[in-house]
Design a protein around this ligand. Structure first.
Ligand SMILES: NC(=O)c1ccc[n+]([C@@H]2O[C@H](COP(=O)([O-])OP(=O)(O)OC[C@H]3O[C@@H](n4cnc5c(N)ncnc54)[C@H](OP(=O)(O)O)[C@@H]3O)[C@@H](O)[C@H]2O)c1
Length: 281
């Protein structure tokens, strides 16, 4: 059950989907939210309802040079921020060879570099207040991969590595880190995906073509409930010892455990050959 402790959160992606659901539930419970969004107009009705609790700051995450100053302004405005939730992100779909370099750069800036820069800018304040919780919405796609989503996976696997290491760096400073790993959740995520359709005919015969056909057939259903996901994220923030990884959705659990087991099985077969490259002494 969610406790009634008033907290201050900073949330990217608060204008839509998971970030919006978390924002709405937090405000309903009396908490304070700093919404870091590129579309402030989307939050105007919430702002008029929760004027004293909701602070909106404009921030396009692809403009990474603006991040540090915005985070500093956020802390200066409210004094203390208890939880930072990186909920912004989008899918970039297409064969790696077919994606443009500017599209790849913007994607990695938004999905990976921005959360890293937000974290770097927030850490001096979290250390000074001697507590904090950084939550990052990763994905089952931070452990498994689909063809046509290589750059999205690069952003999610990259974030998995960054926040996993960060957790070790800041644990003794009373700063918690949680990677949230949902399966497919009913949000506007698919509609907001940036898709590069197949132009190089060769790819129609590969797993890329098969993936596009399955996508068109609706074979990747969104089974997760966004409000339940938001509730679980908030509940997790209230745990005395929040987990480093939070798996959400039976699809995510099934896919992550299957692929992780496959990877482990493959490593185990290499026990002897791996040791063969050890130095003699
Ligand atoms: N839904 C799923 O099935 C699913 C599964 C696993 C992981 N996830 C992850 O969950 C996170 C949230 O996705 P969602 O399902 O809530 O999708 P969503 O409804 O499309 O929300 C995405 C949010 O990201 C924001 N955003 C995108 N680019 C931005 C930028 N350059 N600057 C600032 N904000 C930006 C959007 O802002 P605007 O409103 O201005 O567009 C929106 O608020 C993503 O990281 C996604 O990878 C989703």
């Amino acid at each position: 059950m969610t406790e009634t402790i008033v907290k201050t959160w900073a949330i990217t992606g608060a204008s839509s989907g998971i970030g919006l659901a978390v924002t709405r539930q937090l405000l309903e419970q009396g908490n304070k939210v700093i919404a870091l969004v590129r579309s402030p107009q989307k939050l105007q009705s919430l702002k008029s309802r929760y004027a004293g609790q909701l602070i909106i700051m404009a921030l396009d995450l692809s403009q990474t040079e603006r991040i540090a100053a915005t985070i500093q302004a956020a802390f200066k405005t409210v004094g203390t921020i208890d939880v930072i939730l990186n909920a912004a992100g989008y899918a970039l779909v297409g064969a790696a060879e077919e994606l443009s370099e500017p599209d790849i750069t913007t994607h990695i800036e938004t999905n990976l570099l921005a959360p890293i820069f937000i974290t770097k800018a927030a850490l001096p304040f979290l250390r000074a207040q001697k507590r904090g919780h950084i939550m990052h919405i990763s994905s089952e796609g931070g452990h498994i991969t689909y063809p046509s989503a290589s750059i999205y996976h690069a952003s999610k696997w990259g974030a998995e590595g960054f926040f996993d290491a960060l957790a070790k760096e800041v644990q003794a400073l009373n700063i918690a880190v949680t990677l949230i790993e949902p399966g497919r959740i009913k949000t506007g995520f698919d509609d907001h995906a940036q898709v590069t359709n197949i132009a190089i005919e060769d790819y129609r015969k590969t797993a890329v073509g098969a993936y596009f056909r399955l996508l068109a057939m609706g074979r990747f259903p969104m089974i997760g409930d966004v409000e339940k996901v938001a509730t679980r994220i908030i509940e997790t923030s209230l745990l005395p010892k929040p987990p480093l990884r939070l798996v959400l959705g039976s699809d995510s659990y099934k896919n992550i455990t299957r692929e992780t087991q496959k990877r482990l099985d493959s490593f185990v077969t290499q026990a002897e050959t791996a040791a063969q490259t050890d130095a003699e002494e």
